[in-house]
Design a protein around this ligand. Structure first.
Ligand code: NAD
Length: 406
């Protein structure tokens, strides 16, 4: 099986063939500018010192400072961080943001650390890397198992180490510490703008459009909620404990409340039980994977009967499944576009910090809508011009922005 970075390079190769990249351009895009590995000693509550390994991959900064989250996970690897920093490069460029791509990670199970240990680890990461960070160099953000509080510690540590105020060094901060309005639901909101554009292209009318959402966490639950407020019919929803199905539509506001009190959407009254695998196979107009990577694979792709797929999760479709779905004529709005609302509002936060402004939610939403719909339209047109999938078109648009600047 390919590593994540090998998969990323396969995608680059396919886009490169369409665009007729020169060998030099291809070579430049196949290597990160640098990947830094650090060891972080943390004095644990037990009195022992434990060493954690961390990475920061800075892939490409042709369009602007490196940008990408920091993930705390036991499965973090050098290869994965490098691949994720490549995809961030593509995502920022596909959206036309003035940012490059980066990604960070620490090999740790954060649930096993006390709050004090977590803070020491986060500050230690910055102590080792602060010379390579800054609002004009590299701007991290939260990712898997990191959050606004951790970003707050990191910003504080960066300012202590560098001796200068630089609130734009990190995004995803709480609003009270310079964070942006809308950030909490920005990923879903960006996905909703894509659904609206997709609906226009495919002639979907909200009341008649059926949608299934896999995953009811930050991204999936906001997505289901906003779409249902806009009149779309959410017929199925799931989380790690199971799913629910109601052909006539589910009341998402009540379901959110139910999940808050019961810990899962499973067994929500007046719905039928459905497994995650069955949810993926429903004949809906739009299927939205919003949970994990690699859920649509060569094994189940033939059974997918949705008319379109919008990838709110990162990497939910394997490359083999992508080919199968493409042959079946299923339109896929790829992750680099569909979930880019998060990084777009991160970019807005960075811009607000640099200029010392604070934009209202209305201003942020309007700028987000313009950015997402413009990127969607451009990628759609590229896909028609070259007769390629939206995923390849997003790569082509992104790589063109980078190579033009190079
Ligand atoms: P989250 O942890 O808040 O939610 C994940 C959800 O998936 C939970 O409801 C969980 O129960 C569910 N889940 C876990 N295993 C499942 C399974 N086997 N079947 C069905 N559901 C399952 O995470 P999130 O922030 O909502 O992120 C979800 C996806 O969206 C990830 O791929 C993430 O990389 C991507 N994403 C999120 C953001 C963001 O701003 N939150 C931005 C870009 C991309």
């Amino acid at each position: 099986m390919n590593t994540p970075f090998q998969n990323a390079m396969e995608q680059l190769k396919k886009a490169g063939e369409i665009m007729k990249l020169t060998e030099e351009q291809f070579a430049r895009l196949s290597h990160p500018d640098r990947v830094i590995e650090v060891s972080i000693p943390v004095l644990m509550d037990s009195g022992e010192t434990q060493i954690f390994i961390g990475y920061r991959a800075q892939y490409n900064n042709v369009l602007g400072p490196y940008k990408g989250g920091i993930r705390y996970h036991w499965g973090v690897t050098y290869d994965e961080v490098k691949a994720l920093s490549f995809w961030m490069t593509i995502k920022c460029a596909a959206l036309g943001l003035p940012l490059g791509g980066g990604k960070g990670g620490v090999i740790v199970d954060p649930k096993k650390l006390s709050k004090h240990e977590l803070e020491q680890l986060s500050r230690g990461y910055v102590q080792k890397l602060w010379r390579y960070l800054g609002s004009d160099i590299d701007v991290p953000a939260p990712d898997v198992y990191t959050n606004g509080e951790i970003m707050g510690w990191m910003r504080d540590e960066f300012e202590k180490c560098s001796g200068k105020k630089d609130p734009g060094v990190i995004t995803g901060k709480p609003v009270s510490e310079g964070g942006s309005e809308v950030r909490e639901y920005a990923t879903a909101q960006g996905g909703v703008y894509c659904v609206e554009e997709l609906s226009e292209k495919k002639g979907f009318i909200p009341e008649n459009t059926t949608i299934a959402v896999q995953g009811f966490g930050n991204a999936g639950s906001y997505m289901a909620e906003i779409l249902s407020q806009k009149g779309y019919r959410i017929v199925a929803v799931s989380d790690s404990k199971g799913g629910v199905y109601a052909p006539e539509g589910i009341n998402i506001a009540t379901l959110k409340e139910y999940k808050r009190t019961h810990g899962s959407v499973a067994n929500f009254p007046d719905t039928q039980h459905i497994s995650n695998e069955e949810l993926l196979q429903l004949p809906v107009d739009i299927l939205i994977p919003a949970a994990l990577e690699s859920v649509i694979t060569a094994e189940n792709a033939e059974k997918i009967t949705a008319r379109t797929i919008l990838e709110l999760a990162n990497g939910p479709t394997t490359p083999e499944a992508d080919e199968i779905l493409s042959k079946k004529g299923i339109v896929i709005v790829p992750d680099v576009l569909a979930n880019a609302g998060g990084v777009t509002v991160s970019c807005f936060e960075w811009q607000q910090n640099i200029t010392g402004e604070h934009w209202t939610a209305e201003v942020v939403l309007s700028k987000l809508e313009t950015a997402m719909k413009h990127a969607f339209g451009d990628i759609w047109n590229t896909s028609e011009e070259y007769h390629i999938s939206l995923r390849k078109a997003a790569f082509v648009r992104a790589i063109k922005q980078i190579t033009d600047k190079m």
